[in-house]
Write a protein that binds this ligand. Structure first.
Ligand code: MN
Length: 227
């Protein structure tokens, strides 16, 4: 039996809807600026292609858990996103075969230290501190793909009952198959990878005590408090 010199990390995992089984998380990729109106609100150029960044696997916050307000920010933002749960390995996957890699779908929130992100952007520095912090990736239970199809419907988020984000997956600049194909040119995708696919417009600040609720038509719902 292997002897580790410090305790081995716990495998992060997301519940599967309607099951006692878990989806083990290998890593989290995220797409930036994948809805035109959000790209504009972030000051982006409409011709710039989407790009990827990542969060550590243990940034997930699973259903029933709250999110402690993170350190080192006074401008924590919500970004509601469709999450792809990858269930098969693939590199250089053509768009026509990309959806074969999807095991299921979930609703996620890409929490962002917006003040840090803006400071890092100004300096041309990496975004890890703005995007990859502890508890930065709340996620719903994963719904298996055979119960979802290819989701295209409404994606929305409310804070304390007030709608902040209300968009349509059909408005993604790069669709799910194109995102997977592109990611698989940059990394070999493997079972356990999660891909957060970008957020529609309406991102904004969260404070302690806020109740965040969101959903995606045909995929599921997410709810958590900021404490
Ligand atoms: Mn995002």
């Amino acid at each position: 039996m292997t002897h580790y010199v410090v305790p081995a990390p716990v495998q992060p995992a997301v519940p599967v809807e309607g099951s006692s089984s878990l989806f083990p998380v290998r890593r989290i990729l995220c797409v930036g600026r994948n809805y035109a109106a959000h790209r504009v609100e972030m000051g982006g150029d409409d011709r710039e292609p989407p790009f990827f960044f990542s969060k550590p696997a243990d940034a997930i916050v699973t259903p029933g858990h709250s999110v402690p307000y993170p350190t080192a920010t006074t401008n924590l933002h919500h970004e509601i996103e469709l999450v792809l749960a990858i269930g098969a390995d693939g590199a250089d996957v053509p768009v026509s075969e990309a959806l074969d890699l999807v095991w299921g779908y979930a609703v996620g929130v890409d929490l962002t230290r917006r003040d840090l992100q803006n400071a890092l952007k100004d300096k041309g520095y990496p975004w890890e501190a703005a995007k990859g912090f502890d508890n930065a990736a709340p996620i719903s239970a994963i719904r298996p793909a055979d119960r979802v199809g290819d989701p295209q419907g409404r994606i929305f988020l409310s804070v304390n009952g007030q709608i902040r984000q209300d968009g349509k997956l059909a408005d993604m600049i790069w669709n799910t198959a194109e995102i997977i194909a592109q990611a698989s040119r940059l990394w070999r995708l493997e079972a356990g990878d999660l891909i957060y696919t970008g957020t529609p417009e309406g991102v904004g600040p969260l404070v302690r005590g806020d109740k965040v609720a969101g959903g995606i038509e045909g995929v599921g719902e997410i709810a958590f408090a900021i404490t």
